[in-house]
Ligand binder design. Sequence first.
Ligand SMILES: NC(=O)c1ccc[n+]([C@@H]2O[C@H](COP(=O)([O-])OP(=O)(O)OC[C@H]3O[C@@H](n4cnc5c(N)ncnc54)[C@H](O)[C@@H]3O)[C@@H](O)[C@H]2O)c1
Length: 308
Amino acid sequence: MRILITGGAGFLGSHLCDRLIEAGHDLICLDNLFTGRRQNVGHLLNHPRFEFIRHDIIDPFKFEVDQIYNLACPASPPHYQYNPIKTTKTSVVGAINCLGLAKRLKARVFQASTSEVYGDPSVHPQPESYWGNVNPIGRRSCYDEGKRCAETLFFDYHRENKVDIRVVRIFNTYGPRMHPNDGRVVSNFIVQALKGEDITVYGDGSQTRSFCYVDDLIEGFIRLMNQTETVGPVNIGNPGEFTMLELAELVLKKVGGTSKIVHRDLPADDPKQRRPDISLAQKHLGWEPKVPLEEGIERTIAYFKSEI
Ligand SMILES: NC(=O)c1ccc[n+]([C@@H]2O[C@H](COP(=O)([O-])OP(=O)(O)OC[C@H]3O[C@@H](n4cnc5c(N)ncnc54)[C@H](O)[C@@H]3O)[C@@H](O)[C@H]2O)c1
């Protein structure tokens, strides 16, 4: 197949490119390199079935493809809050552009949505049927509401125009090629530990997150895209739940060194708990994560060691 991946030079997008090239597909990787890096797909640039196009998803585009994966959107708070209006436009106008193209081509189109659509959840763990608890006017809203609106557009194009959609809700994912300065907790802790700096834990560190290793996530993407039982939304993430203090201690143990754990104020609207209910993914995709946190953290530390 010919496949378009928007945001293909980003952390997740570049791993998806690897998997789809391995499977024998022809890829168009579209990215404006806002948070993505050319080096993430550097090894593919001369591949005969890979084409990189620097383009902003907000501006219209036309390609002849069979499938579209829409991943373009800054994903970490410092990046999506850098230009919040642009973030909302990327999610909303980007979704409209992908859906318009999919409608014209009768191509299947995949939306990388997020667990942030659940906001600071009052239901735990979060099933797809939970509508969320999102602040519409806060610092995180450009991302959360942009992604919620993109989901609305996907389902309206599906109902009104029979566009063949797939929607995944991604929970925290980590692994090689994360941006070292993206401000996400796994990369923050590892980079701080490798540099021998203090490890900064927000609040008392009792807030929990679940962490999915990137290879597991990409397997879930491909399964969701290529089955016909459900259009989603489907949660993909690792239900193992860890406190920020546990994560900091694990990173310290694996890196060694002399870093100390220090505490800082909690950022606004920081969710206290986040854990996916993955029953739908198990039922429809036969998917569940395989890589344990310790192993994934070791592989990620090895990557950052070579980067720093
Ligand atoms: N990594 C996670 O834990 C996670 C969790 C939930 C959702 N997601 C979603 O998955 C997708 C990929 O996330 P990631 O972690 O790889 O982040 P990332 O920042 O590494 O990747 C996003 C990519 O999109 C590109 N991009 C941003 N704005 C664009 C625009 N206007 N036009 C074209 N390209 C643009 C960036 O340059 C980058 O390459 C995002 O949509 C994100 O919201 C990720």
